[in-house]
Write a protein that binds this ligand. Sequence first.
Ligand code: UDP
Ligand code: MG
Length: 325
Amino acid sequence: MEEIVCSVIVPMYNEEDVIAETYSRLTRVMENFGESYEIIFINDGSKDRTREMLLEICKADTRVKLIDFARNFGHQVAITAGMDYAAGQCMVIIDGDLQDPPELIPDMVRLWREGNDVVYGKRISRQGETFFKKMTAKVFYRLLNKLTDVDIPVDTGDFRLIDRRVCEALKQLPERSRYVRGLMSWVGFKQVAIEFERNERFAGQTKYPFKKMLKLAMDGIMSFSYKPLKISSYLGTILSFFSFLYFIFVLLQKIFFPHTTQSGWASLIAVSLFFNGIILLMLGIIGEYIGRIYDEARGRPLYIISELKNMEDREGPRYKINKTR
Ligand code: UDP
Ligand code: MG
């Protein structure tokens, strides 16, 4: 097999408006840089012309590879598949919408050559994103840091270069709810930041609606911390302590002032609603963890591939695809 220095991994979901531009900008940067490279596109079950357009590019340029998913498995799974099939000594994960500047890749590779295993892009500014997105991201990264013991750098997305060794380490982590940047912090190695300004999306809409953002956030927190469970039990302890005090108070009232305890419907309802709310919340938190345990226990493959292009001979680490036609 040919020696490849750098694999560029690009997830694509309904990105027909940006593919041509992404491909040409990536290629220009890599050509000028002069290191051997490959570009791995992952079509994450797009419903538009993404797949056809990527196949077209693959036909014209064999340095471009395609992993075509059987359906939409999500961004984090897509980059995992990219890493599973990448052949490079190092690999760069980059968004397909040109929000992460490809021009940064040569600098990343240089830092890697200097002996760093992970070079992660740190966003010093974010353009063209809503106030809501920036706010939630900011709060989330800080909350995650507070909740977890793993030191996950703040304001850092998936745009980064990793060494082959890091990739091999990641392949040994079998979990299904994947928060990839957290897993990368967890495996460790020598990490260095490179700052960049996050651009506006080249075209199209964000593929991360609020629901997906929430899922990513939950995955991040739940797979790196069980503090939500701890907080529930602390809260439970504190509340039962105060309930007990109130119980004593009510009891004494009943004994010494039997006639003043008649009224109290409002307080009864208030207490009942409050406690039921708390109980449901705690059950929900436990349920989230149980759901994740169930997911892991079933042990289904992380993704299903319908087609590989320009790298049909490569074997993914998890399972093989059988060619029928
Ligand atoms: N993406 C994906 N599968 C998904 C959602 C997104 O492969 O289910 C890709 C998308 O095509 C893009 C990258 O992940 O290349 C980041 O998505 P997006 O730019 O929409 O997220 P944002 O930058 O708005 O957070
Ligand atoms: Mg984007």
